[in-house]
Ligand binder design. Structure first.
Ligand SMILES: C[S@@+](CC[C@H](N)C(=O)[O-])C[C@H]1O[C@@H](n2cnc3c(N)ncnc32)[C@H](O)[C@@H]1O
Length: 249
């Protein structure tokens, strides 16, 4: 089944990188990723976005997309037949080569490594859950990858989808003007980023570290690296452990 003309939103076709979102709330897209650099990239066709209303695949007289859980318990579960049909249609429209992701607190936590991987692939199909989640059989049958935004519970996968799109799209060639700024960021090097300072040089009696005013590029680079290392060591023992094992042999 294909979506209705109103719910099947398609923006920026023929672009290189494509995202196809399956949701019960299509009006939430493109939302924030329709603004600023990502929004310009969408308009310019650097990436494209297709949004499918899952309800268009509903079954029966009452157009149900969810039902009560077998075995009892609170809440409702999204039906496998409805979601299976929406996924199959998305694959047919967007291509079998796209990674298929369901947002779930049980999934692998999204990180910059995965974001970069996704930006180098042709695109993604993103399934946004609601209620208590989705019937396990559709995840198994369609080989769906589960991805989490972090150890907390959202009301639905839409905010997670927007976060993933924002993070991936800014890495696409032609979206962010200054490519150098992307390479230097937290997580890209395996370390957290060093602190930034701008004008005025003195603010509320607080001065900018002297080395940054020296114009000595090597010394600045060295200071920033040491700051990154110190911050990572203090704040993220997990990152520090893997970075130091790799770099301080
Ligand atoms: C209210 S949550 C369901 C939570 C589920 N009953 C549990 O305890 O794991 C509804 C939907 O929000 C999305 N969601 C919630 N938290 C998330 C997270 N941390 N990362 C990604 N998606 C999340 C998922 O798609 C989920 O199906």
């Amino acid at each position: 089944m294909t979506g209705s003309a109103t719910d099947e939103k398609e923006i920026g076709r023929n672009a290189a990188w494509s995202a196809h979102v399956l949701t019960l709330f299509p009006e939430m897209f493109p939302g924030p990723v329709g603004q600023s650099l990502a929004g310009r990239g969408l308009k310019d066709g650097v990436w494209n976005l297709q949004v499918t209303q899952i309800r268009d695949h509903a079954v029966g007289k009452h157009q149900n997309v969810d039902d009560s859980p077998f075995g009892g318990g609170a809440g409702m579960v999204m039906r496998p037949d409805v979601l299976g049909s929406a996924i199959d249609q998305a694959k047919a429209v967007s291509g079998e080569d796209k990674r298929l992701i369901y947002f779930s607190p049980r999934g692998r936590v999204l990180d910059q490594k995965m974001v970069r991987e996704l930006s180098e692939e042709p695109g993604v199909i993103l399934v946004c859950g609601r209620f208590e989640g989705v019937d396990q059989r559709v995840l198994d049958a369609r080989n769906v990858e589960e991805v989490s935004l972090g150890d907390f519970i959202l009301s639905g996968g839409e905010v997670a989808a927007l976060a993933l799109l924002d993070a991936v799209v800014r890495l696409l060639p032609g979206v962010t003007g200054n490519v150098e700024s992307l390479e230097d960021e937290s997580f890209e090097t395996g370390l957290l980023e060093y602190p930034h300072y701008t004008r005025p040089a003195v603010w509320e009696d607080r001065e900018v570290p002297e080395v940054l005013l020296s114009g000595h590029h090597e010394k600045i680079k060295d200071w920033r690296k040491r700051q990154s290392m110190e911050l990572t060591k203090q704040r993220r023992a997990d990152l520090w452990e893997s970075w130091s094992a790799e770099n301080l042999k």
